[in-house]
Design a protein around this ligand. Structure first.
Ligand code: ATP
Length: 637
């Protein structure tokens, strides 16, 4: 939500080529962006802002981009903003000379610390105007705040924040507060920032120097640039490495200069859902493919570096090394002689070492998340390795699966209970595949993943070269849905005090919208409901975000910042007059809803942007229609 029209543009008077970019410029850009809901308008605003920075002070682009994505370092570095409210309220009280209770009260009333900070500073008289805040110095202070640890860290943080607030003017304090909370959420998703970055660099540089595409239309060149930058980022998700390369080389070559490197996790390759063996055989007709067990645990990208360090990254590129000290200790011991560095793609699965048996995901989810000590581990984990992305200086992403698999087999050796290779089979026979699917289920896995043998590793792609065959396909709707929880209705009766039901949404990446798909109110234990309500209470926001799409007749009692993702299973999909999921994709105006959703698990490893996409919903709906007809035909017969 916008804070105010006062952009404090006086600060911009000092900005000239070579001079630092004032923070007021970025805050004004955020302000404009926050009142837009259309994707292309947001991208355009950000593109223009980046162009201005490129034209005057390109050295400030890196801190500016980090401020836009509300981070202080790449996700895998684990340094995060998200300062606790208590610290922020204290700092704001100190900076404005007001009572802490009063600040806290206003915060409870408005629900937005940014608004409280803006109002507090707007009514405060300053004796000696301080020099304006600059993008680079705000960023470095943010970084310092995020890194401050240990004794007296709270006081140190408050001091740094107070200093920023005292120097802030106009709308700046509002954005400083929101950014420190880690809730900037003006609708700037990573993909938008990457698109704007690519467009700005191309336009600013003048397309002449981008010789490889000289002949294309501007729209075509912009699109190609966007793809090149997104690809580079997916292989090496670090602005620290991407930006220098982008500024030094033609965009279409950026990929050659920000290659994958061990220690920086790639965004994992993802698989597509299918309805069954017949569909897989149809899709892969004429290609060689292999079938692997689909283990039900947590994705683990294991990096062993030359200097002996080991890092384990989650599906979201977060550093999970401290969660799995046991894996970190065992993998180096399992390296084959002569192997010095390797990156493995695996699933970490709860494992009963005595019985030599895979345990269900629910067991893994009881394992502590942080700072696990090997001696305290109760839930043992076995890695099931299925891919190798890097081996001793060779980047294997562009190599076919057959080669990556040989690399995998040659890099590490199996050790039951610690590391095993994913069970695989190569067959194109329906009967055999059916038996293998049953075997996989009996072995405690979720089913199969079918992969073409000549496919490369496609970071962050939901690729048509990896198809899921889940055991669920044998019953009801094929896949489960991952949905963002965006609102709730207050509980009644036994549920008074908590929430009784929730509004769920899927993600539409084109417009970056969260579109409602269902209301869920059953299938929870009362205890679970209390726990879920507790977690969600912290995310209440005063009004829906501009990118929430919901039906006028289904407005929840409270709205949430969409940070929680649930995996749900449903009976079927239908065209809905109320819900907005995939609106325009199947029916020209109506959306799709899922009926009788049931919570399967909370997906801590997913953000709202990783929720099931509108297109996937549409695809499942279309498939359901065709299988239904098939079933009906069979019944008639
Ligand atoms: P997605 O990750 O595709 O968004 P999801 O997290 O809900 O979806 P699934 O759709 O169930 O997961 O399946 C994909 C996941 O299965 C992978 O991300 C990976 O963690 C896991 N997996 C287990 N076994 C394998 C395997 N042999 N090959 C690839 N992935 C596997």
């Amino acid at each position: 939500a916008a804070l105010h029209e006062d952009f404090n543009l006086d600060a911009l008077a000092t900005w000239a080529p070579g001079k630092p970019v004032p923070f007021a410029f970025l805050a004004a850009t955020f302000e404009e962006i926050s009142s837009e809901s259309k994707r292309h308008a947001i991208t355009r605003l950000l593109t223009n802002a980046i162009r201005a920075i490129l034209a005057t002070t390109p050295g400030d682009l890196l801190p500016a981009i980090y401020l836009c994505v509300n981070q202080v370092a790449p996700s895998h570095a684990g340094t995060e903003l998200g300062i606790g409210d208590a610290i922020l309220v204290k700092a704001l009280a100190e900076a404005t000379g007001r009572a802490r209770d009063k600040v806290q009260h206003e915060y409870s009333e408005s629900g937005d610390l940014g608004v409280v900070a803006f109002n507090a500073r707007a009514t405060q008289r300053t004796m000696f105007p301080l020099p304006p805040l600059m993008v680079a110095s705000v960023f470095s202070t943010f970084r310092e705040i995020a890194r401050t640890e240990g004794t007296k860290s709270q006081e140190k943080k408050i001091k740094l924040i107070t200093k920023l607030l005292v120097a802030s003017k106009g709308i700046e304090p509002g954005y400083i507060m929101r950014a420190l909370q880690g809730k900037l959420r003006i609708g700037l998703a990573e993909q938008t920032v990457l698109a704007a970055l690519a467009q700005a660099v191309l336009l600013e540089r003048g397309s002449k120097s981008e010789s490889s595409n000289r002949d294309g239309s501007l729209a075509g060149r912009l699109q190609a640039a966007e793809q090149a930058v997104k690809l580079a980022y997916s292989q090496c998700p670090s602005y620290d490495l991407l930006l220098p390369a982008l500024l030094a080389h033609p965009i279409m070559e950026v990929n050659e200069h920000v290659a994958f490197q061990p220690g920086v996790p790639v965004k994992p390759m993802l698989a597509k859902a299918t309805t069954g063996i017949t569909e897989v055989l149809d899709k892969f007709a004429g290609t060689d493919f292999t079938v692997e067990y689909k283990y039900d645990g947590e994705r683990a990208q294991v990096h062993v570096l030359e200097d002996g360090r080991v890092a384990i990254y989650s599906r979201n590129s977060e550093d999970n090394t401290k969660k799995y000290p046991d894996i970190a200790a065992s993998v180096p011991r399992l390296l084959q002689p002569g192997v010095r560095s390797v990156v493995l793609d695996c699933e970490a699965v709860a494992f009963d070492r005595e019985e030599g048996k895979i345990l269900p995901f629910q067991v893994l989810s009881t394992r502590a998340r942080k700072d696990v000590k090997v001696a305290d581990i109760k839930v043992q984990v076995c890695l099931f390795a299925f891919d190798c992305l890097y081996l001793d200086g060779r980047v294997l992403l562009q190599r076919p699966l057959t080669e990556r698999r040989s690399a995998l087999y040659s890099a590490v050796s199996e050790q039951p209970g610690e590391l095993l290779f994913a069970t695989a089979k190569t067959s194109a026979d329906v009967e055999e595949l059916g038996l293998f699917l049953n075997e996989s289920v009996a072995a405690g896995t979720e089913g199969l993943i079918v992969k073409t043998l000549d496919s490369t590793y496609e970071p962050s792609r939901r690729s048509a070269h990896w198809l899921k065959l889940k055991k669920d396909y044998l019953e009801g709707v094929g896949d489960t849905f991952d949905v963002a929880v965006i609102g709730a209705w207050l509980g009644k009766g036994k549920r008074t005090g908590g929430y009784g039901s929730f509004l769920l949404a899927v993600y539409e990446p084109g417009e970056e919208e969260l579109q409602t798909i269902s209301k869920i109110g059953t299938g929870f234990s009362e205890e679970q409901l209390v726990q879920l309500s507790e977690q969600l209470k912290a995310l209440v926001i005063p009004a829906p975000k501009p990118y929430y799409r919901y039906g006028e007749t289904l407005v929840p009692d409270v709205w949430f910042d969409a940070k929680v993702v649930w995996e749900v299973k449903a009976a079927d999909l239908s065209i809905s007059p109320v819900h907005r999921a995939a609106a325009g994709l199947v029916d020209p105006t109506k959306g799709i809803s899922i009926r009788f959703p049931r919570l399967v698990r909370v997906r801590d490893d997913k953000a709202a942007e990783d929720a099931t996409s509108a297109e996937q919903v549409a695809e499942m709906y279309r498939k359901q229609v065709s299988t239904r007809t098939y079933k009906e035909v069979a019944e008639d017969y």
